[in-house]
Ligand binder design. Sequence first.
Ligand code: GRF
Length: 226
Amino acid sequence: MPYKIAVLISGSGSNLQAIIDRIEQNVLDARITRVISNKPGVAGLERAERHGLSTTVIEHKDYPSREDFDAALVRTIKDSGAEGVILAGFMRIITPVLINAFPGNILNIHPSIQPAFPGVHAQKQAAEYAVKLSGCSIHFVDEKMDHGPIIIQAAVPALAGDDEKSLGSRILALEHRIFPQAVQWLAQNRLEINGRTVNVLNAPSPAAVEADTYPSLVSPGLEDGF
Ligand code: GRF
């Protein structure tokens, strides 16, 4: 039985697309029961509809508090039958109302090597700081923003002259590799959380991957197809 997920988005949905693609290729053993956006008219909703997925727009501005908004999310996610919640470029801070409804089953992506550069515009922060490496992280969601136990990270080179856009697109290519992989491990019940530590059962060794003209490093490594 595929693991049932709701995917929450706010924008272009390229990470959603990567997850859809791996599912359609029978690499990722999951089923998307609903795509939810807090913004109407975003490209991610069109992507979902093109693949026959059911979508719901729940606008945060229609709710008096974060908790009320999250309660509406929980109702819609539960109605869809989803067991897990994938925050794929979902630009809202979530509260315990959502977190406690799906304990140990909410994943987020953050476009930095955590704990660097939490919050918005991580790629811009990294470019302005002139780091030599940046990357992305997939983590479980806890009550602090961009903070929960880390499942997988990728490191990409940051180059002289990089700006938010050039560094961001190098990072994004790796987001599309590691996010479906982390969802697969969650779907296969292979993630054990012990405090901050996530043990990935039978994880591949860290490995270099060719994602661009430069090598990147992914830890743990990716399985076939990801
Ligand atoms: C990604 O960079 C993600 O890490 C960040 O927002 C962006 C979303 O991109 N949180 P997309 O909507 O998946 O294309």
